[in-house]
Write a protein that binds this ligand. Structure first.
Ligand code: SF4
Ligand code: SF4
Ligand code: FES
Length: 314
């Protein structure tokens, strides 16, 4: 006999007339009960108005994204017993960033808009489409894109991303993972166009790694963004951000080539210029953090090895 216990589920409900309000439910659960099962029980046995999305119940369809105890999670991948606190309570809310439609259902339109901007499908060569040729990936080519292929469009990374909230020109982590997945695919015929779509946006990511933390599929969108940035020299023309990015890139190579290290103060000065640096120095002085900027850096001793690794990048 599997032991059951009563848990309290606090749901932040929402509808247009009443706005947001909390409602609590008591549910019997055991150690095999997923949070989607908890929601199904509430809806069928207690409150038919409770609204949420779920379909596959196995972390494949990406529809049951929500905040569980304040953290962006898939409800089907979260077991009730791991979610409850010492008082046997769990809090459920709609994801951050998206407007609620009702209760735990977010409006995902902005997520899909971002995804479609990166043209999320393979555009194969005409000879492949007509059947004249087939074009297979090598195992190493497949390995390069495999992780980014695994996205289930759940939207959790976007809800957790601070840059999405602050910068409307940023495409967001999931779109970047998907965009890179096709940009790095040797069979795709739109590489140049994709670099054009992705590059300026990639430099708007702050590398905070929240998307890495919350992704239930371990897609690691921030890694796709970093890999995209490496194509900066293939971007046609420039933008204000890309001019800065190119300076940033060449200064990193220069700094490592000279000292074996990335010297942060030099990197900052060359990337952002003296005026911005002075302003930030004043701010750091005010906040008592100037000591971090003034920390002395020692050079790496065996520079020959570094130069060998850097090759013609110096
Ligand atoms: S690492 Fe970049 S994409 Fe990921 S959450 Fe942070 S800002 Fe957003
Ligand atoms: S990258 Fe991960 S968190 Fe973001 S939408 Fe895809 S599966 Fe969800
Ligand atoms: S129900 Fe499909 S991912 Fe949770």
């Amino acid at each position: 006999m599997v032991e059951e216990k009563e848990i309290t589920v606090n749901v932040k409900k929402y509808d247009k007339e009443k706005g947001e309000y909390w409602k609590s439910y008591k549910v019997q659960a055991d150690r095999y009960t997923q949070m989607t099962e908890v929601l199904r029980k509430i809806k069928t046995e207690q409150d038919p108005t409770l609204s949420y999305r779920a379909s596959c119940h196995m972390a494949v369809c990406g529809s049951c994204s929500m905040k569980i105890n304040g953290e962006p999670r898939l409800a089907c991948k979260t077991m009730a017993f791991t979610a409850i606190n010492e008082k046997n309570e769990v809090n459920l809310e709609s994801m951050d960033y998206y407007q609620e439609v009702r209760d735990l259902i977010p409006d995902m339109d902005t997520f899909y808009d971002r995804m479609y901007k990166v043209e999320p499908r393979l555009y194969a060569d005409q000879t492949v489409i007509s059947g004249e040729n087939d074009e297979r990936m090598t195992p190493s080519e497949q390995k390069e894109v495999w992780k980014f292929e695994e996205c289930i469009w759940c939207g959790l990374c976007v809800s957790a991303c601070p840059s999405v909230k602050e910068d409307e020109k940023f495409l967001g982590p999931a779109a970047h993972a998907k965009g890179y997945r096709f940009m790095a695919d040797g069979r795709d015929t739109k590489k140049e166009e994709r670099i054009g779509i992705l590059m300026d946006s990639a430099w708007r990511c702050t590398s905070c790694y929240m998307c890495y933390e919350v992704c239930p599929q371990d897609v690691q969108p921030v890694i796709a963004i970093k890999k995209t940035k490496a194509y900066v020299d293939e971007f046609p023309g420039t933008t204000e951000l890309i001019t800065m990015a190119r300076k940033h890139d060449s200064t990193i190579a220069e700094s490592i080539g000279e000292s074996g290290k990335i010297k942060e103060s030099k990197l900052y000065l060359k990337t952002f210029g003296y005026v911005a640096a002075m302003k930030d120095m004043m701010y750091m002085m005010k906040e008592g953090k100037i000591k971090y900027a003034m920390a002395k850096d020692t050079d790496v001793k065996n520079m020959d090895e570094i130069k060998k690794i850097m090759g013609d990048k110096k």
